[in-house]
Design a protein around this ligand. Structure first.
Ligand SMILES: Cc1cc2nc3c(=O)[nH]c(=O)nc-3n(C[C@H](O)[C@H](O)[C@H](O)COP(=O)(O)OP(=O)(O)OC[C@H]3O[C@@H](n4cnc5c(N)ncnc54)[C@H](O)[C@@H]3O)c2cc1C
Length: 383
């Protein structure tokens, strides 16, 4: 397998070509206005990239996860922000892997054609944080529907999505043997009555929200998989999510390195290009090396996933290494640009903010480290 930065040239060239239509001025404008990059997401959808993971029988292109990661990498590598669209790639998995044939037939072709968007996933709650088993949102079966009450936070892209994957408790924590049991996953129409959405203004241009759920009614046919097994389905989808995010960080990392190299060759101070100074060269070289190393783990994780082999450790390591590497590359890039790094027109400060998110979301650094410590190294469970 070609693990270089230019493998899958057909996908790269096509996605990069599309991304070139959305230049730095476009991303600066949406960032400044805190607007959703609607035109970009539309173009990506129309070109078929957003349905990469949907099997051909449902109108998608049936690509592998490895290929899907190349798409996301090209978006960030081109200077764009993939946070507006990555949800559709990985939220899809919950439906793909655990949905009934009827649900897949009903939704997947319409998602593939772009008629419906499945961009949102409501898992995190203000009171539970990373301890998802403590969620308070409850779904109670009443006749042929579930009635849901509770609250979510950081539910991203909800205002630009037709469907949301929602996790709720269907059996109280006190009544289950394993705390991860008793939660269920639903496919929710985001225009339903009972959902109040309050946007959260945040550090990046990321459309994300608080959601107040008040007697939301969900038809029973929108339960995905078995009642009570929802947390397992969510966990199942997380490996794909981590690997896709790793690839986005790799794209960011290459963007920072390329930007640093070209700026440091051009910028002349003390009568010589700043890139001639080893104090400027070394952080860029180090960032490049770390991105290359993280990229190997990204491909390892993606190929294990595509071969349907266990990949939890590799997916977590890929996400962590790539998020750290892109953050360090961002730091080197900002430093290389000196004062101009802070000027919005160079895009560096925007990308710096955007890539920082991935050390916290969708899973924070400490949780990855504790997963490895416990599940890979066999150290005692700490919480
Ligand atoms: C922009 C953005 C978009 C998001 N989008 C979504 C979304 O679409 N859907 C969704 O469901 N969620 C979303 N999230 C939520 C995200 O997944 C969480 O913020 C993230 O998992 C961290 O959880 P938390 O914020 O509750 O932090 P907390 O769980 O409160 O943790 C706070 C800090 O304490 C650390 N910590 C906690 N417990 C331990 C421990 N035992 N040992 C060591 N350290 C610990 C954590 O690592 C973290 O650094 C989003 C978040 C952001 C910021």
């Amino acid at each position: 397998m070609n693990l270089g930065r230019n493998n899958h040239p057909e996908i790269r060239e096509a996605v990069a070509g599309l991304c070139r239509q959305f230049d730095s001025a476009y991303w600066q404008e949406v960032d400044e206005k805190r607007a959703y990059p609607e035109k970009f997401v539309d173009a990506l959808t129309k070109a078929g990239w957003m349905s990469a993971l949907i099997p051909e029988e449902y109108g998608g292109s049936g690509l592998s996860l490895t290929e899907a990661t190349v798409i996301m990498e090209e978006v960030t590598r081109s200077g764009g922000n993939a946070g507006c669209c990555h949800g559709q790639m990985y939220n899809m998995n919950t439906l793909l892997r655990n949905g009934s044939p009827e649900q897949k037939q009903k939704y997947l072709p319409r998602i593939a054609s772009g008629e419906l968007r499945l961009q949102a996933m409501g898992v995190t709650e203000p009171g539970a944080g990373t301890d998802t088993t403590k969620i308070k949102t409850v779904a109670v079966k009443k006749g042929d529907r579930y009635v849901v009450n509770g609250q979510k936070v950081w539910t991203s892209r909800l205002q630009h999505s037709d469907l949301m994957i929602l996790l709720a408790r269907t059996k109280p924590l006190s009544e289950v043997q394993k705390k991860s049991d008793g939660m269920s996953v639903f496919l929710v129409d985001t225009k339903s009555k009972g959902l109040e959405v309050r946007p959260i203004r945040n550090m990046v241009n990321h459309e994300t929200n608080q959601v107040f759920i008040d007697n939301l009614e969900i038809p029973e046919e929108n339960l995905i998989g078995q009642e009570g097994k929802g947390f397992r389905y969510i966990l199942d989808g997380l490996n794909a999510e981590r690997i896709l995010i790793a690839a986005e960080c790799i794209g960011d990392g290459y963007w920072f390195v390329d930007k640093s190299v070209s700026y440091s060759k051009d910028r002349v101070v003390f009568d010589r290009p700043i890139g001639q100074n080893q104090g400027i060269q070394f952080p860029i070289a180090e960032a490049y090396m770390e991105i290359e190393a993280a990229n190997l783990m990204r491909y390892k994780a993606a190929s294990l996933y595509d071969e349907k082999l266990p990949c939890g450790a590799e997916a977590n390591m890929a996400k962590h290494l790539a998020a750290k590497a892109s953050w360090e590359a961002g730091n080197a890039c900002l430093q290389t640009h000196g004062g101009f790094g802070f000027a919005a027109e160079y895009d560096v400060e925007r990308k710096f903010r955007e890539t920082r998110l991935y050390l916290v979301a969708p899973i924070s650094t400490n949780l990855i480290l504790s997963y490895l410590a416990e599940h890979v190294l066999g150290l005692p469970r700490s919480f």
